[in-house]
Design a protein around this ligand. Structure first.
Ligand code: NAP
Length: 299
């Protein structure tokens, strides 16, 4: 069972497991082009909402292993409790839980603290349980990328903090591997990273090398970032989370690099340059979340 199957890590996980000949049930909230593509690839589509216990419970029969993934929106703990109960009742043997590197008891981000609580809740079930705590996804680069003619700009509130960006696709190899063989990973917490730790000046240089155009990192304040997201009418829950984790990022919480994608997922993770080439079309225009600078806003 793949929850979040129409999302970044879920879609790739479903594809990898289908390619390997597994039966995959994809939980979707609605039938659309994305669920159709999953069905075409061979997945069984189950329509349910993680916030609706009854519909969720109805999809669980016969499931052996599940990927639990819920986005940064309100409701994570309710979704986790619904999932834990429905999966336990159905005799699901194992779960891979998507959390994040900032998940801590003392996290200032409400969502990050809820991830930590969600982990603890799943640990109290009898399921074999593995928690993934990725650093920032490589997708941040194209989500927040601004294209200005033959140049690119990254405007983010990360100072000169560092992390090793990890693509959603690479995480899917880890998720699939654990779903296939959960026992050795029981009660493990994996801080997933990409291969190379970098600051955003170095990330901009890598994007520049991949695209062959100048790319600049413009560090902005957390306040400007918060205002930019507010102007885009993002949910307060998400803004609270992103402002708090930007502070965490500057304090080094997202730093580090390791070989877990290789060891657990048997996959060599993409460097930033490889990722940019993999998603090249996304860099032809502004990313969906690009924060305009003040001159652009007033122009
Ligand atoms: N982005 C990062 O840098 C980063 C870093 C570390 C950890 N993470 C963690 O990664 C997770 C997000 O993973 P992702 O990027 O693979 O997901 P995603 O692309 O944000 O997709 C979320 C998925 O969840 C589904 N969904 C949303 N609400 C639902 C509900 N009520 N019931 C059932 N399904 C629901 C969505 O369906 P619809 O599309 O139909 O809404 C979609 O398939 C979050 O938990 C986040 O904390 C992210």
């Amino acid at each position: 069972m793949i929850t979040g199957s129409t999302g970044n890590t879920g879609t790739s996980t479903a594809e990898i497991l289908l390619d390997r000949g597994y039966r995959v049930r994809a939980l979707v909230r609605r039938e659309d082009a994305r669920s159709e593509a999953l069905e075409q690839a061979g997945a069984e589509i189950a329509k349910a909402d993680l916030l609706d216990f009854r519909s969720l419970s109805d999809t669980m029969h016969g499931v052996t292993s599940a990927y639990f993934c819920y986005p940064i929106v309100p409701g994570l703990l309710e979704a986790t409790a619904n999932f834990a109960q429905a999966a336990s009742e159905a005799g699901v043997r194992s779960v891979v839980n998507m959390s994040q590197i900032s998940a801590r008891r003392e996290a200032a981000s409400n969502a990050a603290r809820q991830h930590w609580l969600g982990e603890r809740l799943l640990d109290r079930t009898t399921m074999l349980t593995a928690h993934l705590r990725p650093t920032f996804f490589a997708e941040w680069i194209d989500w927040f990328w601004a294209r200005r003619g033959e140049q690119g700009v990254l405007r983010l509130p990360f100072g000169d903090g560092r992390h090793a960006p990890i693509a959603g696709r690479d995480q899917a190899y880890v998720i699939a591997a654990i779903l296939q063989n959960p026992q050795p990973h029981d009660r493990q917490i994996y801080p997933l990273t990409g291969p190379v730790e970098m600051n955003h000046y170095e990330i901009a240089e890598a994007v520049s090398r991949a695209l062959g155009i100048p790319v600049t990192y413009e560090p902005i304040s957390i306040e400007e970032f918060r205002q930019g997201l507010t102007d885009k009418e993002w949910q307060p829950h998400v803004i609270q989370h992103l402002a708090a984790v930007a502070q965490d990022y500057q304090a080094g919480i997202f730093a580090g690099a390791n070989n877990l994608v290789h060891v657990v997922g048997n996959k060599t993770p993409m460097t930033v340059e490889e990722y940019v080439l993999f998603k090249k079309d996304a860099f032809a225009q502004d990313g969906p979340n690009a924060i305009p600078d003040k001159e652009e806003t007033t122009a």
